[in-house]
Write a protein that binds this ligand. Sequence first.
Ligand SMILES: *Cc1c(COP(=O)(O)O)cnc(C)c1O
Length: 359
Amino acid sequence: MGQFPITRTTTPKQKPADDALAFGKVLTDHMFLMEYNEGKGWHSPRIVPYGPLSLDPATSVLHYGQAIFDGLKAFRSEDGRIRLFRADRHAERFNRSAKIMCMPELPVDIIRQSFDALVGLEHDWVPRKPGTALYIRPTIIATDVMLGVHPAHSYLYFLILSPVGTYYKEGVKPVRILASDSHVRAVKGGTGEAKTAANYAASLAGQRDAEAAGYTQVLYLDGVQRKYLDEVGTMNIMVRIGDEVITPPLAGTILDGVTRNSALQLMRDWGLTVSERPITIDEVMQAGRDGTLREMWGTGTAAVVSPVGTLGYKGEDITINGGQTGELTQKLYDTITGIQYGRSNDPHGWTSLVPVERG
Ligand SMILES: *Cc1c(COP(=O)(O)O)cnc(C)c1O
């Protein structure tokens, strides 16, 4: 496909100060669009000024939620260069989500080129302050206009960008999480392995109830026995009990997190014992009571790691590591962000430089 046609905005926005950035509130000046039609395949890739989409009220995605997305970040290093973190893996996962949701896959190199082309054009939008980044949100929605329930025959791929602030303004900070015995996120045979809109709609009530009970996030248990750890909010979960780090296996309900995969790789590099195995909430609570639960944290692109200071379950609260960020959690955070911002070497070749057009 090569170079994409670009229509530049004539009304560039005022960029917010790096200190004023939140998450996802400001979008950049341009977006990438591309359509799919059955028989024709993906076509008409282009970059245009950022703006509203016009959709018929009968467009299928608005009714039945056939939609997928992904999320990754571009980081500016001290020398001004811009890096993406594991963009290929995000592109591959985007396609896995597409497959699960009966949507047409995109060639991985087209996805990658769309990231590079849009971030390259919007390079001035990558903030400079340490800890900030440009969030990259690729999305596909079903665009058939008709009210029947079936996989659509037409789709829209769009890519938008948003400068985001430091997740931790005062250092990595532990959260309070609630293991829910009333809400579940996904079941085997469902859509838990896809980054699809419906999963997030389904998580809102659990999140609301956890907040009402004084917690920050929900720890979801498996949907059948309500026994095994699944995920925490929109992050993967890891626990360190004695000399073992445990995370639930990718067995049909869990999203294959890029941060999860990176953390597992690093811990194996460091010679730690790492198990991807089912782990029950009872095992975690018992370890919390007998003092062998050393650390617990979530992993995801937004926070990198999110330490758990307090775990609540059936009316009992367990404090982990005195409510402080654990040593391994902090090491993972420092190592991953070091690679992302180009401060440390990148032994696995996880980052790629974004070619920047100097205008
Ligand atoms: C996005 C997401 C994650 C984390 O994935 P990363 O690739 O590490 O950002 C974990 N669980 C759910 C449900 C998610 O949506």
